[in-house]
Design a protein. Structure first.
Length: 286
């Protein structure tokens, strides 16, 4: 079951409209969660807005949104004024264009949603899904979702469609700016060969079932221990320090032992040291 729909509307494919519904693809509801209590009474506490000068509680009817234009000076907005800024919605995801998967930069991915057919739109839905899958493209669409006009990437996935909201360009930091401080180094030879060997030895298929949420598991065990009245031992965290000898650390990681141990050979080196092939024996004339 996909759960309750977060949004319902139409997916516009050229002049064809397909009724669809958005469902959350990821959830945090299964995580261990805690309430904040008063240590003295054991009662739950609640959050309240207080005036930072008088420290008196400000009731909901006295709260108003403000935009700071200067230090301590605000422009105030009433709820109906802010509501007027919300784009008008016709409940339609309009496909603007189709993008080859090789052109999609997942740096812009925000949140994934399951896009399911709604109200007997299965045939149109399957047509759109299969057309995109066989064309190996994703669809860029726009719609008013959750009070904002959002861009969405729609792509075939399994037996259905995934709709991923996209970050706006101004929200994504410049790649050049983020990596500008990394020095340009040209690493070759043995060091790179060992690193590639480590990568190859650990290469496998993507399987999210193997991912462990160790923090949540530890919290669950902590709760169980408390409920059973067991003493909780606080473990000391192991100190992690950067490697001072990169080559030695690489060898140990690859399982080659110390620097004196044998090292992996590149394909070219292996080919050079391989014994020459013997020519085939000639058949004797009869």
């Amino acid at each position: 079951m996909a759960g309750r729909a977060l949004w319902k509307g139409f997916l516009k494919f050229a002049e064809i409209s397909c009724p669809v519904a958005l469902h959350s693809a990821a959830s945090t509801s299964e995580r261990v969660s805690f309430n904040t209590l008063n240590r003295k009474t054991g009662n739950r506490v609640k959050r309240e807005y207080v005036d930072i000068d008088t420290w008196k509680v400000v009731e909901r009817e006295d709260q108003v949104k403000g935009y700071e234009v200067d230090d301590g000076r605000y422009v105030l907005f009433e709820p109906d004024e802010l509501a007027a800024a919300v784009p008008q919605s016709d409940k339609t995801l309009r496909i603007q264009s189709y993008v080859p998967f090789s052109e999609i930069d997942d740096l812009y991915f925000d949140k994934p949603y399951y896009l399911l057919p709604d109200r007997l739109g299965e045939e149109t839905y399957v047509l759109i899904r299969d057309a995109m899958r066989e064309s190996n493209v994703g669809a860029l669409a726009q719609a008013v979702l959750f009070r904002r006009l959002r861009s969405v990437l729609i792509r075939a996935h399994g037996n259905g469609l995934i709709a991923t909201t996209l970050n706006f360009d101004y929200q994504v930091r410049s790649v050049e700016e983020a990596f500008s401080g990394i020095p340009k180094l040209n690493l070759e030879g043995e060091m790179l060969d060992i690193a590639k060997h480590i990568v190859k030895s650990k290469t496998s298929l993507f399987d999210p079932k193997t991912f462990d949420d160790r923090y949540d598991a530890a919290l669950a065990e902590l709760v169980k221990a408390k409920m059973e009245g067991r003493t909780v031992k606080v473990k000391k965290r192991a100190k992690v320090e950067p490697s001072t000898n990169l080559m030695e650390a690489l060898r140990m990681s690859a399982g080659f032992g110390s620097a004196r141990a044998s090292k992996p050979r590149s394909a070219a080196a292996a080919a050079r040291s391989a014994p020459a092939a013997r020519p085939a024996a000639r058949k004797k004339a009869s």
